[in-house]
Each structure stands twice: as C-alpha cells, then as structure tokens.
Design a protein around this ligand. Structure first.
Ligand code: ATP
Ligand code: MG
Length: 396
C-alpha cells in the first residue's frame, strides 16, 4: 500500500475531445509549480496521482491549491489490488487510529468489469466494519466518517476526506490574453478570474514618470508576482505613457482627457496583444464605476479596437471585488497609496457621455499614431516569476 496525493479534475471531464490537452497541460502546470523532479506524476482520464515522500505532502497540497484545473485534492492510499477481502483488511488497519461513531461507505467503480455494483460493495464493506469494530453505526445522511473507495483499472484507492481545489481550467489551455494591470484593486481580480478560465496572461502597465513614482511601478510588479502564482510566470510589458499623457493634457479639452487617454491605451494594448499572440484584452472595468465606465464611454473607448475586450468585473459591485482581492491577497498591495497615471491627470468634470465624433476630432490635435509607435518601440519587458520556493527535497 502507498500513501499518495490524488487529484480530481472536476469541470475538465466535460471536455470530451480536448480532454487529453487539458490533462497534459494540467500535468505540466503541476510539474512547474512543484518544481521538483523527484516527484512522480501519473494520470488517466479521471484522476491524477502524485507520488512523493509523505513529509512533503503538506507543502505539495499547499502548492496544488494554487493550480487551476483541480477540483479536489485528496490524500489517500493506493492498493495494488481489486480484491475486496484485501481491501477490507487494509481498511480495518487504516481505521484503527481513527475515532468515529457513525460512518458510511461510498464506492466508485470506474472499472465496470468488477461484477458487484457500487451499492453492493458499500453494503458489503459496511457490514464487514460493523462486525469488526465495536460501537459504530451507519449513517448515510450525516456520518462522522465517510470512507471513499475507488476501484480503477488494477488498483483501488481508499480515502477519508477531500480538500477543495481552485476549480477552473488549467492555465494555457485557452491560449493567451493581455491584462491591463494598474496598481488598483480591480485589475488583479479581473486577471485572477481570467486565469481561472484557462487563459494564460501577459500584463501591460502604463507608467508616467516622473508623475508616477517607482513605488507605483513596484506595486504593479508585486501584484503581477501575485498573479504569477496562478499563471506559472508572467510577462509584464511596461509602456512609458508620459509623452502621450502630456500631449493630451496640453492640447485636448480637459473633460475629454480620460476618454482620449483610454482610447490610446486600448490601441497600444491591441498592438501588443497581436504581437504577442494574445487573443483578448482583459481589464478591471466595471459598469458605472467611474465616468469612463458608463455605457456611452465604454462604447466610445472600445470602438478603436477590434480585439475582444473581456471585463470579468463588468457586473460586480466594488464590495464584491474587494472581497475577492482579499481572498487572493492582492488587496493590501492594491491599497498602498501610490498614484496611478490615470489619477494624476483626472479632470474635474470628465465627460460622462462622450461624443464619438468629438473624440476623433480631438485626437487629431496630437500626433497620436507616432506617439503610440514610439512608446511601443521603447517599451520595457519584465519577466516575473512567483517568489521562488525551495525544492521540497531541499527542506530536509
Ligand atoms: P483598478 O480598476 O484596477 O482598481 P483603477 O480604478 O485605478 O484601478 P480604472 O480607472 O478603474 O483603474 O481603470 C479601469 C481599468 O483600466 C483598470 O482596471 C485596468 O485594467 C485599466 N488601467 C487603468 N490604469 C491603467 C494603467 N496605468 N496601466 C494599465 N492598465 C490600466
Ligand atoms: Mg477601477
């Protein structure tokens, strides 16, 4: 008998044709996450099995909780037999140290060659336990202990509890997207939700030195590092937006500052996305949150690009967004008080219903195409990896 970690894929199993891609990508992502060649991983269409020394289990489970595509994590026992008598004997031994008064058995039989049904096996094992252990009762509705038995090809698996995984799809299975990442609360949450759907993210940050500080940039790097936990690593594009922003500020009526600024941000984002094979833009916009996120503003801003723009937070309240950001540990970084390029040039009365014709007219007042290409030509790329953890074997 071997103690091991078992993974249930959850939503993945509904992907009939692509299931192999999903599972092999998940395996690669887990390997990269665990970063330890001594850990062996096997899989079939229903489960993944991770073999390593028991002393690393806690750390491995901790890491697996940050991997999308995992529905449940289980610490269990592998028996190289399908023989029920042998299973019963092992079960009695495993239960020796466990305190419980009520129990039920839940059998899953993916190997349909086994002549007995799951229900028959449940009652056979139940009856066996009642005979061999004193003061216990079956309770199918609310048992203190559930005994899970899975009968697969040539092996059976026993376990007693499951740990919830993050769900979603393995990162990269849906291709790449470009996240517009500010230092605020919303965009890291939008990023997390998009990675959950299997999209590998690159990130894009607009800075305006000297109007924005190095601390503001470091904050964005820290947020990206947090997302890198779920994304394997993350490529952060940094665009120097100063010249563009100053040109807008000097030449364009101030109520249109933000609208024009965002139209130019979108254009830059689309070019970078196309160059880096990202199929969507992602941002933290939420309907009605600020003047640039009214429906008329969104239309006026969105119309300058062809690429799909995904707004995972479009219909979320700020309080709901804050609650997720606390869960994913980005909140404390997001609320650090360093100014963003949007906040510095905020006009007193930004237009709520921008006129699209006026947007075009105003844009012509600056050489925005040249400025865009210059900014892209000079842009900086930072590769961000999650804070390096030690190999589990190094912890010995
Ligand atoms: P957040 O929305 O992340 O809390 P914010 O409130 O400062 O930050 P908004 O003005 O609401 O930003 O902008 C909406 C979205 O536009 C952001 O969620 C982000 O995706 C994008 N964005 C804003 N500023 C920047 C920036 N400096 N660099 C990259 N993307 C940005
Ligand atoms: Mg916002």
């Amino acid at each position: 008998m071997k103690k091991l970690i078992i993974i249930k894929y959850g939503e993945l199993t509904t992907k009939k044709e692509n299931i192999n891609l999903f599972i092999t990508t998940l395996k690669q992502n887990i390997k990269q996450k665990l970063n330890d060649s001594t850990i062996e991983i096997k899989f079939d269409k229903g489960r993944m099995f991770i073999y390593t020394s028991e002393k690393f289990f806690k750390d491995v489970v901790h890491k697996l909780k940050e991997v999308f595509g995992i529905h449940e994590i289980i610490i269990g026992y592998e028996l190289k037999t399908l023989n029920l008598d042998e299973i019963k004997q092992t079960l009695i031994n495993l239960l020796e140290a466990k305190e419980f008064k009520t129990f039920k058995v839940e059998t899953k039989r993916s190997n349909k060659k086994i002549p007995k049904t799951s229900v028959e096996i449940n009652s056979e094992l139940g009856a066996f336990l009642l005979k061999n252990r004193k003061n216990i009762k079956v309770n199918v509705h609310n048992p203190e202990l559930t005994i899970y038995l899975e009968l697969r090809n040539n092996e059976s698996y026993l376990y007693f509890e499951t740990i919830e995984g993050l769900g979603g799809y393995p990162v990269s299975t849906l291709g790449k997207g470009l996240l517009m990442l500010s230092g605020g609360i919303d965009s890291p949450v939008a990023g997390f939700m998009t990675i959950k759907r299997g999209v590998k993210l690159e990130a894009l940050y607009f800075e305006s030195p000297p109007h924005t500080s190095i601390e503001a940039k470091n904050k964005v790097i820290e947020l990206a590092r947090n997302l890198a936990k779920y994304n394997n690593e993350i490529k952060l594009h940094v665009i120097n937006f100063t010249e563009i922003q100053e040109a807008i500020y000097k030449n364009i009526p101030h109520e249109y500052l933000i609208t024009i600024m965002r139209r130019i941000m979108y254009r830059i984002a689309e070019i970078l996305a196309n160059r880096n094979n990202c199929k969507i833009l992602v941002n933290g916009e939420s309907i009605g949150q600020v003047a640039s996120q009214t429906l008329t503003s969104m239309k006026a801003i969105n119309e300058v690009v062809n690429i799909p723009v995904i707004r995972p937070l479009a219909c979320f309240d700020k309080l709901e967004i804050i609650s997720i950001s606390k869960k994913i540990n980005t909140y404390e970084t997001s609320i650090l008080p360093f100014e963003d390029c949007c906040t510095i040039f905020v006009p007193r009365h930004p237009v709520i219903n921008p006129d699209r014709k006026l947007c075009k007219e105003y844009e012509e007042l600056i050489p925005y195409k040249d400025l865009i290409y210059k900014a892209i030509k000079e842009h900086e790329i930072i590769k961000i990896v999650e804070k390096q953890h030690q190999k589990f074997t190094d912890l010995l």
